[in-house]
Design a protein around this ligand. Sequence first.
Ligand code: ATP
Ligand code: MG
Length: 254
Amino acid sequence: MNVLSAKNLTKIYGGKGDANSTHALNGVQIEIESGEFVGVMGPSGSGKTTLLNILSGIGKPTTGTVEISGRNIASLSKNELALFRRQKLGFVFQEFNLLDSLTLKENVMLPMILDKRKPDEMEAKAKEIMSLFEIYEIANKYPYSVSGGQQQRTAVSRALVNDPVIVFADEPTGNLDSKSSKAVMHCFEKINTERNSTILMVTHDPFAASFCKRIIFIKDGKVYMEITKKASRQEFFDRILDCLAVLGGEKNDL
Ligand SMILES: Nc1ncnc2c1ncn2[C@@H]1O[C@H](COP(=O)(O)OP(=O)(O)OP(=O)(O)O)[C@@H](O)[C@H]1O
Ligand SMILES: [Mg+2]
């Protein structure tokens, strides 16, 4: 089943005639099926964040369309889009974006609180997901008193509580050390294999990317190439490194 379909996406920042305009996307097509775990990689400035923002309704394309679950998101009003994003999409960012004044569990429950769900239902859902990610024992702690990896696993839990049709993640391991990155990537892998969650993740990190099943490489605002996992994660990791070498521009990031 198709979850996301994007056609002919272009994005020009600063207006077409403007001498300072930037062509951030130049005709991108992407199809994502239910249960896929897709990575987006590419050099700095290649358009990854622009693409993710447009696919998730944060930004508007200059031309082109994005359909999620068969709905053209440009056809939604501002309020409808806000509701659609809260109920149908999950978001994970590099900076965790947790509220410092709430416990980890309250942070996880936040999207459900906004939807006025029943307290025992919220409790059960938070317990289920936080247990899966091995952070339920620390559910009553505050973000400042736990590690970066535990904060990010809380953010991933929060992204999942409304059973989104797709989870968007922009550099989810960007602020984490290698051990915490690994734990967070195991969480993504777990929800993808055990719960069939559909994930689209932007990353610079070939190790994080090796957990994906498919990688789309972007260069100069275009899809440059695509690879699919066939064997082990190690074999996929090696092929990702080969692609990055061909793509160029990543050496300083590694
Ligand atoms: N709000 C904006 N206004 C003007 N130009 C922008 C804006 N956001 C991004 N750009 C430009 O669009 C291009 C693509 O930027 P984008 O942030 O999508 O790249 P990226 O692949 O996410 O890079 P990075 O790996 O550094 O995060 C760049 O040339 C960038 O300078
Ligand atoms: Mg970016």
